[in-house]
Design a protein around this ligand. Structure first.
Ligand SMILES: [Zn+2]
Length: 467
């Protein structure tokens, strides 16, 4: 069976249209793989159609801008320079014309103008930019390039370097939208708050740090801070930045909260590990915010101490049992937010550890950790809450979900294990597209920039969201 695919293009200006054969195949089916279009045939068909459509549209656009707005005279061609328009269905080579300024304008304005520059200034189709940003946020640049080239007719131009350049350009645009830093997002004065509608329930924001390998000093890591903001109802959002590199971290956090409709009178709980940088980030964000030392980090430290206790118990059962009981009581007091009694018990625990007579090889380490735990609880005493009560009320008391976020946002893409190395700028920018890819807001950014993309009749609900 013979198959011919014809493409008809009819211009708006009434000029005669054209009908081109863009593909022809013998599609006689003898085996399963003969049925329908193959990937190669599909790519060929799409790229042939795309090339003709883009050429026709570019020509129509240029022609529509050739005559002078003032006198109607046709502009004189100065020359053409080759450009390549990168689309999802192929890279289309175009000769971009440059016209002389109209005589009626004298010396006013630019001496020449290139109409195509105004419609495709960056030579990349928005949807291609979107898919490159989306995929490169999920997998390494080279893999993203291969993936796109596998399924789309874009073999040329789809390489790690180009994809990286495009993605970083998207990230820079996102960054440029972030206003200058400000200390608090509370607008107006407390008297105005009475006019605010009754806020939604408490919003919980978990913040934590992760590490990626430094490109410049290969043996070292630098810190990235990652957060997840979870309203009671509605989708959660991610944020991420390179600590010490980002100049508006607080503004970034506020931006996320504002995008979720958080009001001045709404309760916000920041769950963190008590680190100083993160505390500074959450400071004075809102009068209704509280900072809570997250239970996950407390219980992790107690678990580690418990392992030392077990080691002691092997050598001295009585001392081990006493320490185990101490630790259980400390955990109980902390669970109920009773920091004063907890600190007294930790003090006694430290003494009991120092009194261990058994020949326990890790004793020194145990003593240091016990003391550090006391300092940790003492310095975060104000951030302890009655975890038990909150837990029974069904509220989040642990940012274990943030641990998962650090893994989801950082480890899986910035993969320390794979020896990937990053510059601070590169990591910071990729974090911007990655956090938006993971929480599903990258698409809405593109639809804001390119409203036509929103008209696309496609259901994007299937897009992945990390739980
Ligand atoms: Zn003119």
């Amino acid at each position: 069976m013979q198959v011919r695919v014809l493409l008809q293009i009819t211009p708006d200006d009434g000029a005669p249209g054209s009908v081109d054969e863009i593909a022809a195949w013998d599609k006689t089916a003898t085996v399963a793989e003969d049925i329908g279009l193959s990937l190669a045939e599909g790519k060929k068909l799409l790229s042939a159609a795309q090339r003709r459509i883009v050429e026709a549209q570019a020509a129509a656009w240029v022609e529509g801008r050739r005559c002078c707005d003032d006198c109607g005279r046709r502009a004189i061609l100065k020359g053409r320079h080759p450009i390549v328009y990168h689309t999802l269905f192929g890279d289309v080579a175009l000769a971009s014309p440059r016209f002389h300024r109209c005589r009626c304008r004298g010396n006013i304005g630019a001496a020449t103008n290139s109409p195509l520059v105004t419609i495709i200034p960056h030579h990349v189709a928005p949807e291609r930019l979107y898919l490159e940003a989306r995929w490169a946020s999920l997998v390494p640049y080279a893999t993203a390039a291969e993936l796109l080239a596998d399924v789309l007719p874009i073999a040329t131009g789809a390489n790690a370097t180009t994809v990286r350049q495009h993605v970083l350009r998207v990230a820079e645009r996102l960054e440029a939208e972030l206003p200058a830093d400000k200390c608090t997002f509370m607008t107006g004065v407390p008297a105005d708050w009475a006019d605010l509608p009754i806020p939604d329930g408490r919003i919980v924001v978990g913040l934590d740090g992760g590490y990626v390998r430094d490109w410049d000093e290969r043996k070292t890591n630098f810190e990235v801070i990652v957060g997840r903001s979870m309203p009671e109802d509605g989708p959660s959002r991610y944020l991420g930045f390179v600590h010490g590199h980002d100049r508006k971290p607080k503004r970034r956090l506020i931006d996320v909260l504002e995008s979720q409709g958080v009001q001045a009178n709404q309760d916000i709980t920041f769950l963190t590990d008590g680190g100083k940088e993160i505390l500074a980030l959450t400071d004075r964000i809102s009068p209704c915010s509280e900072h809570v030392l997250d239970w996950f980090h407390i219980t992790m430290k107690i678990t580690v101490l418990g392992q030392f206790v077990k080691g002691v118990a092997h050598l001295d059962a009585l001392a081990g049992a006493q320490l185990e009981e101490d630790l259980a009581r400390i955990k109980w007091k902390l669970w109920h937010g009773n920091s004063i009694e907890a600190l007294e018990l930790i003090d006694r625990f430290e003494n009991d550890v120092s009194d261990i007579r058994a020949d326990y090889p890790n004793l020194r380490k145990f003593e240091v950790l016990a003391r550090e735990f006391g300092v940790y609880i003492a310095s975060n005493a104000e951030s302890l809450i009655n975890y038990g009560e909150r837990y029974r009320a069904g509220e989040r008391i642990s940012s274990a979900f943030v641990e998962a976020t650090v893994n989801a946002v950082v480890s899986k893409r910035f993969a320390k294990k794979q020896q990937m190395q990053w510059t601070r700028t590169g990591a910071h920018l990729l974090l911007q597209t990655r956090t938006r890819t993971l929480d599903g807001t990258l698409r809405s950014a593109f639809e804001r920039w390119y409203p036509g993309m929103a008209n696309d009749n496609v259901d994007h609900a299937h897009q992945i969201q990390v739980a």
